[in-house]
Design a binder for this molecule. Structure first.
Ligand code: FES
Length: 107
């Protein structure tokens, strides 16, 4: 199954994508040119910062420890919200069909 995701970019434009279950969410966003993913998914660049919409935080699990540190670091530059995540730390699964998110401002 290819869970459908809805992404709002910085300009508020909406895009529907199919994500690959089992892969980090960042890879789908990167392949579409929506995030850079400079560190390749190591939770160390912060370029894959997203804001989950609706109640998707619950379904995407807890932040990883490294992710928490990276988001703390980002706080100096951009708004970090309760719904902030690093997309590289979210492994897509079928439950995530219908997810919607905003691309956070880049640092
Ligand atoms: S890709 Fe670098 S923090 Fe997610």
């Amino acid at each position: 199954m290819m869970p459908k995701i809805t992404v709002f970019n910085q300009d508020g434009n909406e895009q529907s994508l199919s994500a690959r279950a089992g892969d980090p969410l960042m890879e789908t966003l990167r392949d579409e040119g929506l995030v850079e993913g400079t560190c390749g998914g190591a939770a160390s660049c912060g370029t894959c910062h997203i804001y989950l919409r609706d109640n998707w935080s619950e379904k995407c699990g807890e932040r990883t420890e490294d992710e928490g540190y990276m988001l703390e670091g980002l706080e100096e530059h951009v708004e970090v919200k309760d719904v902030s995540r690093l997309a590289c730390q979210i492994i897509v699964n079928d439950e995530m069909d219908g997810i919607s998110l905003d691309i956070a401002p880049q640092i």
